[in-house]
Design a protein. Structure first.
Length: 275
């Protein structure tokens, strides 16, 4: 009987904790997804890429022997890209964004940038990181890396040969939109091959203060989510403890009754045995 009650209590605990964790994960998944192509909802991704790009720029500045006074920091821009890619009979939606910083050194303009590029949708979406290869007035090209790659380390160690592909795009500017056409070449993975990419983009100039404010908002949001998740866990733990107490009390009562029954049977057995 004790074993049965312990088993029941264990199932009860696992069930309740499973419900809480499922609710928390569902909430985070709903609030954290970035599937919509909208420049206003990608602020967290922009802040992350801005930090990587800023570190890459610092790597470049640290490599120069020129004095700091000869370096002029320019503007930062974030470009949001959406479109489609075709490879043979396969067609997939694509979206991406990249954060670029420009600076001038000895009257030479230099641009560094990092970004994200997604191909496909839903659970079958493939995600990549981008590191600027070359930038001109009418084209841009990137090295492509796995989504978990450290672009700062790659740039610092000059390991661009470890890229898994390239993205080359030419653009044409219109009144309210920029249209891009080019090729995405992937050397490995489920999307390996050459993809013809067509899309459009919008670019906004961003300020350092805006990015810092976004980072503060990100931290506040995470702290709120953690506090809410912890509160749910605490409440569930209290409920589990209450139910454990009730189940334990009920189990002990059943055990006590069973022991009393055994004692009565034993006494009767002793009585008849003595006759």
């Amino acid at each position: 009987m004790k074993i049965i009650n312990i088993f029941i209590i264990g199932i009860l605990i696992l069930g309740l904790l499973g419900i809480v964790l499922a609710n928390v994960e569902d909430k985070i998944a709903k609030e954290g997804k970035l599937d919509d192509i909208d420049e206003d909802i990608d602020v967290e991704t922009v802040a992350t890429l801005d930090n990587e790009t800023n570190n890459i720029v610092n790597n470049t500045l640290n490599k120069t022997k020129e004095h700091r006074e000869k370096i002029k920091i320019g503007e930062e821009r974030v470009t949001h890209f959406a479109g489609f890619a075709i490879s043979g009979d396969n067609g997939e939606p694509v979206k991406g964004l990249w954060v670029s910083q420009r600076f001038e050194r000895n009257n030479t303009n230099i641009t560094r940038a990092s970004g994200r590029f997604d191909i496909g949708h839903g659970d079958e979406k493939s995600k990549f990181k981008l590191l600027l290869k070359e930038f001109t007035n009418n084209s841009v090209s990137f090295y492509v890396f796995p989504i978990d790659a450290s672009l700062e380390r790659i740039d610092r160690e000059n390991t661009t040969s470890n890229s898994i592909g390239t993205l080359n795009l030419d653009h044409k500017k219109y009144s309210n939109i920029v249209v891009w056409k080019g090729k995405l070449v992937l050397n490995s993975g489920s999307r390996a091959g050459t993809w013809e990419v067509t899309g459009w983009s919008r670019t906004k100039t961003i300020k350092r203060g805006d990015i810092e404010e976004t980072r503060i908002q990100m931290v506040d949001k995470m702290e709120r989510e953690l506090a809410q998740a912890q509160e749910k866990v605490n409440k569930t733990r209290e409920k589990v403890q209450e139910r454990i107490g009730d189940a334990q009390e009920k189990g002990e009562e059943e055990i006590r009754k069973a022991e009393q029954k055994v004692e009565r049977v034993r006494r009767w057995w002793e009585f008849w045995k003595s006759k």
